[in-house]
Design a protein around this ligand. Structure first.
Ligand code: DX5
Ligand code: ZN
Length: 215
């Protein structure tokens, strides 16, 4: 089973005053998806962007939008972010666990590629019965909420566990991913790598991205 490696620069680390230029910089460097972090100041102790900015990114960007929702009550927001232009739409299991089947159904009904995210303390066991309905599992390698944190290698056990169960969807890693930490992620079975600080703070993003793919 081999999955194409995809790189998704996290716009959280970009220069928001020049958003269109930053989208272009990421695309020219070879990005596969734009990773868009939506934070509500409630599920996570940080606030970022909402539907109008997702819409603006949709209008300006040329590659798929991978929208990572770090919000409470995600079921309420599925249609709104789908309409704003998400191609891949990911909600957190922890935010939905009391209403998980219905939340998953609401996301499936949008027609987006559906992702489910877990923070470092949350195991993947609760997802096991639903694997055939989840297109992508986002294994957070930092605690969701902020860019620039250090990679937590222990979360890769969850990636190995998912592949051992035969999960054939995409597995995304998000948080502290660099050319140094990418190889272990890929080795464990992840195939979508999100990187914010490492890519947007690089002098040559194309080179930095290549280093993630080949290292
Ligand atoms: C954290 C976000 C990440 C973050 C990654 O809550 O989900 O996407 O921007 O940033 P880096 O790559 O700087 O850890
Ligand atoms: Zn993210």
């Amino acid at each position: 089973m081999s999955h194409p490696i995809r790189i998704a620069p996290s716009l959280l680390a970009c220069d928001f005053a020049h958003l269109a230029d930053e989208l272009q910089r990421a695309e020219k460097a070879g990005a596969d998806w734009h990773h868009v972090d939506v934070m509500d100041g409630n599920f996570v102790p940080n606030l970022s962007i909402g539907p109008p900015v997702v819409q603006a990114i949709r209008a300006s960007g040329q590659i798929p939008l991978d929208v990572h929702l770090m919000i409470t009550e995600p079921k309420k927001w599925a249609d709104i972010y789908a309409k704003a232009g998400a191609d891949v739409l990911t909600f957190h299991y922890e935010a939905a666990k009391d209403d998980f089947p219905a939340t998953l159904e609401a996301y499936r009904a949008t027609g987006c590629v559906v992702g489910v995210a877990v923070n470092p303390p949350c195991g993947v066991e609760p997802l096991r019965d639903y694997l055939d309905q989840i297109d992508m599992i986002l294994v957070m390698s930092v605690h969701a909420g902020f860019g620039g944190q250090s990679f937590m290698p222990e979360v890769l056990d969850k990636v190995r566990q998912l592949r051992a169960w035969g999960y054939s969807g995409d597995i995304q890693i998000d948080g502290g991913v660099t050319d140094q930490t990418a190889p272990a992620c890929i080795e464990a079975g992840a195939n979508v790598l999100v990187a914010g600080t490492y890519l947007f703070r690089s002098v040559d993003m194309a080179l930095a991205m290549r280093a993630m793919r080949v290292s």
